[in-house]
Write a protein that binds this ligand. Structure first.
Ligand SMILES: CC(C)(COP(=O)(O)OP(=O)(O)OC[C@H]1O[C@@H](n2cnc3c(N)ncnc32)[C@H](O)[C@@H]1O)[C@@H](O)C(=O)NCCC(=O)NCCS
Ligand SMILES: Nc1ncnc2c1ncn2[C@@H]1O[C@H](COP(=O)(O)OP(=O)(O)OP(=O)(O)O)[C@@H](O)[C@H]1O
Length: 200
């Protein structure tokens, strides 16, 4: 099984790439989705987050108030490090389980979609590291256009992540997403051919 680490900063287009790879037949594991599961209502992860940050990060229904927590941690490096220390080990454990399940199921290519691959030094866990590369300004424009997130909050997250050259230095393959969605689709088709060759 070929293990692919797919990374890129906020709004680079990882989800678009991983959903196309999934339609070609890759098994996709999504770190952002796992990071939500491990702090779902009733989990020890959520209890730990509340004990660290207080009730102000709980919504009225008892779930995590993600915008409230985001506003705290992306304005303060030390607070972000505390959150990461709670969430990341749980994400690592769960994604390791899912990776093992993919292997047992006979998957040929598994793609781990993870924004913080470079930041967390995870390169050696993968046979191939794919970086989705999109200029910062375009990422700010796309995310603030498509999601309910003001441009300055997107910039705060960019500032909390590896810079472009650091991320590119870790790449075995790069997918340029500075063009249209159609251009991205044809680049992902090429990427899939390349991954299949490497899986043989
Ligand atoms: C702070 C939280 C609650 C904000 O939630 P929100 O729904 O607004 O964002 P979401 O989780 O969908 O993340 C969107 C994007 O923000 C960026 N981002 C998220 N967490 C981090 C982080 N710790 N460091 C840098 N960038 C981050 C990533 O590009 C991610 O794709 C949430 O991001 C979180 O719990 N982060 C810590 C866990 C984490 O590192 N997740 C990333 C993958 S493991
Ligand atoms: N080539 C493109 N042209 C225009 N919009 C795009 C293009 N590629 C992606 N987008 C849009 O940009 C936004 C960010 O893309 P996507 O959600 O795939 O990024 P991501 O890397 O998964 O982000 P995150 O790190 O926040 O999870 C989405 O709203 C998506 O629809």
């Amino acid at each position: 099984m070929l293990k692919v680490g797919l990374t890129g900063g906020i709004g680079s287009g990882k989800s678009a790439v991983s959903s196309a790879l999934s339609s070609y037949g890759a098994v996709v594991i999504d770190a952002d989705a796992i990071a939500r599961e491990v702090v779902a209502p009733g989990t020890p992860g959520l209890a730990e987050v509340v004990s660290e940050f207080g009730d102000r990060v709980l919504a009225a229904d008892g779930s995590l108030d993600r915008p409230a927590l985001g506003a705290i941690v992306f304005a303060d490096e030390a607070r972000l490090a505390s959150l990461n220390a709670i969430v990341h080990p749980r994400v690592a454990e769960r994604s390791g389980q899912l990776m093992a399940e993919a292997e047992a199921s006979g998957a040929r290519v598994v793609v781990y979609d993870v924004p913080l691959l470079v930041e967390n030094g995870l390169e050696s866990l993968y046979d191939v590291v794919v970086v989705v590369d999109t200029p910062d300004d375009l990422r700010v424009e796309r995310v603030s256009r498509d999601r309910d997130m003001p441009a300055e909050q997107v910039r705060a997250r960019i500032a909390a992540q590896a810079d472009r050259s650091t991320r590119l230095a870790a790449a075995d393959l790069v997918v340029d997403n500075s063009g249209s969605r159609e251009e991205l689709a044809s680049r992902v088709a090429e990427l899939w051919r390349e991954l299949l060759e490497r899986a043989d």
